[in-house]
Design a protein around this ligand. Sequence first.
Ligand SMILES: NC(=O)c1ccc[n+]([C@@H]2O[C@H](COP(=O)([O-])OP(=O)(O)OC[C@H]3O[C@@H](n4cnc5c(N)ncnc54)[C@H](O)[C@@H]3O)[C@@H](O)[C@H]2O)c1
Length: 361
Amino acid sequence: MLNKKFWNEKKVFVTGHTGFKGSWLCLWLHYLGANITGYSLSPPTNPNLFDLCKINDITNTVIGDIRNYTLLNNVISDFDPDIIIHLAAQPLVRESYSNPIETYETNVLGTVNVFEAVRALSTKSNKKRVIVNVTSDKCYENKEWLWGYREDDKLGGFDPYSNSKACSELVTSCYLQSFFYRNNQYGIALASARAGNVIGGGDFAKDRLLPDCVRSCLDKTEIIIRNPNSLRPWQHVLEPLSGYLLLAEKLYNDGYLYQGSWNFGPSEKDTLTVNTIVDIFLKQWGESAYIKIEGENATHEAKILKLDCSKAKQLLGWEQRWDIDEAINKVVLWTRAFINKQNLKKVCLEQIEEFELKSKQ
Ligand SMILES: NC(=O)c1ccc[n+]([C@@H]2O[C@H](COP(=O)([O-])OP(=O)(O)OC[C@H]3O[C@@H](n4cnc5c(N)ncnc54)[C@H](O)[C@@H]3O)[C@@H](O)[C@H]2O)c1
């Protein structure tokens, strides 16, 4: 359960706020009463959740590149945030094979830039600050284990995206040891968060399963499925976001007890094959659609990926609230609202409220 009093008027700096997760996060922070500045490139897709929900109206938005240290530093310095949630990234595996340099520059040097800008600010204006660096479940060295990865398992990452997220984890670890250790002079508490594949209304990214299903149903075209038998941890986007927010709250209130890395994945029963997810989606969508299974993907992707989230459950009190059926149902409801041109900001806020209420039950 998040503490609304804690978040009210907190100054929160969100990178990647024009993206899918970032837009949902801004809506939630707005619901909690936070004062938000967002720093990102323009929304990565068209249409996109940022525009559909008018995130510009609830944030102070700066369109800028995370690789531009001077601009980033000025914006962070002017805003003087309490909490920094770093989401900006090149987040697609396939794209990372086409553009490895940009992927590493954005995902690794971008992280260094954020940490450096916050560190520089803390030498000028000394107050308590928290950074949550969002990486990925793909940061682990994938051994195709049947059990979940724990936070202290070996980092790796086969493809440039996954590997860049492992590098971002190493940068986090370096900053924790070199600068932001317990009772550091900067007053900064830092943690990283590793979550699995998220789904939710308003994701229009290419090469992601549910957006591909939604697009096919809207256009009445075949659903192309890559890696149908791959097992992935699926969860609604609000699940890891609740983890990031809870983690930030704990880091802020209890100093350095919560520094380090945290997994936020779904329960064992929601680690399902790509094929099963498509079946659940089609059943809920309720109209016939053609499915085409393309067979195994030419580029390498892990077949089994599970997270062990015992640490977050035990030490943060974090828990999954919506199972996969409920999560997909929320995507279907959101998409129907999108087709019917309803007020999507309202739809998202209602889903956030419903999610919050579920934790009180
Ligand atoms: N969506 C998932 O299933 C998933 C799973 C695990 C981790 N993640 C991580 O969550 C974060 C957000 O992912 P998402 O799904 O919202 O992706 P997204 O593509 O919807 O959003 C990415 C955001 O980063 C910004 N961005 C990209 N390059 C930038 C640059 N050079 N400078 C400034 N901003 C830049 C974009 O403008 C956008 O706001 C990423 O770090 C991603 O790796 C996502």
